[in-house]
Design a protein around this ligand. Structure first.
Ligand code: GLU
Length: 289
């Protein structure tokens, strides 16, 4: 059987919050459980939201939790030429097009840029948009959630914005392919975008991989924990050992043999020995701070 390769892919737009810890722990534990590798990728392409100092902080915080990833962290901003190259190839293959519509025009009006066959020009701030094929798949099988039906409702997807920010969807799929990732484990806030990402796999002539989404940590009934809504940094909520145990409990794992006096590494090792994928719950859970 092919080797399992998983990854944890945080965006350095703030410190790790409890939801990030759940994603880190979930992807790490599943990869170890399957005797595979776990890679760390820093998704820092949105230069408006991501900061270099958060990359260093996240690396340090992951280390404090005792995670040891395989290989060096892969920093997306060091590889922007790769994403541009792939996007341009999609244009050459008539699977994507340059577009000069503003975001507000796209919301209300009709875009005719595809027919215009605009050419890239250094002076123009053109976006690059991918054409969602009409015969795309509307569902997929998730290892925890089962069959997920999520029809793609847009006819084009922005891969590179007019301000030159490379989209998460493009970079994520390009890197998952390039890094040989065999399963994506991540928070279920991204479950609905999966079918859209699968369209990109097809356009890049690559077999789709498998997915496992984790339950979503919520600040209250309405808001998921996220850096954008200023969720507290998980290491401000308690020491690493305590927060690891809390994250394991969130994933419904057996924590009876663990206590916060143990080091994070001991907790991780003990937890990995008895980790059970079938215990991972589905849905959303409110986390008391
Ligand atoms: N970078 C994304 C985030 O921090 C995760 C992307 C993914 O796992 O596909 O939310």
């Amino acid at each position: 059987m092919a080797e399992y390769i998983g990854r944890f892919a945080p965006s350095p737009s703030g410190r790790l919050h409890f939801g990030s810890l759940v994603a880190a722990l979930g992807s790490y534990a599943v990869a170890k459980h399957k005797n595979g590798k776990i890679l760390l990728r820093i998704e820092d392409l949105d230069f408006f939201r991501c900061k270099k100092e958060y990359t260093s902080i996240i690396l340090k915080e992951l280390d404090e939790f005792g995670f040891v990833f395989d290989g060096e962290p892969y920093i997306q901003s060091e590889h922007t030429d790769v994403y541009y190259r792939v996007a341009k190839k999609l244009v050459e293959e008539d699977k994507a097009f340059y577009c000069n519509c503003t975001r507000s025009h796209l919301k209300t009006g009709v875009c005719h840029c595809r027919e215009k066959r605009l050419k890239e020009n250094a002076q123009d701030n053109l976006a690059l948009r991918f054409i969602i094929p009409s015969n795309h798949q509307n569902s997929f099988e998730d290892e925890v959630y089962g069959v997920i039906s999520s029809p793609v409702t847009v006819d084009a997807l922005t891969l590179i914005r007019r301000d030159k920010v490379i989209s998460y969807n493009l970079a994520c799929v390009v890197d998952d392919i390039h890094q040989g990732v065999t399963q994506v484990v991540r928070g279920s806030d991204l479950i609905d975008i999966t079918t859209t990402q699968m369209c990109l796999y097809n356009a890049l002539d690559t077999e789709c991989i498998s997915y496992l989404h984790l339950p979503l940590a919520m600040a209250d009934e309405t808001y998921k924990l996220s850096k954008q809504n200023r969720s507290p940094a998980v290491l401000d909520q308690g020491p690493p050992s305590q927060m690891l145990i809390k994250a394991l409990a969130f994933l419904n794992q057996d924590i009876s043999g663990l206590n916060p006096q143990m080091t994070p590494k001991v907790i991780l090792n003990k937890a990995l020995d008895i980790f059970e994928i079938k215990k991972i719950p589905v849905g959303k859970k409110v986390i008391e701070a």
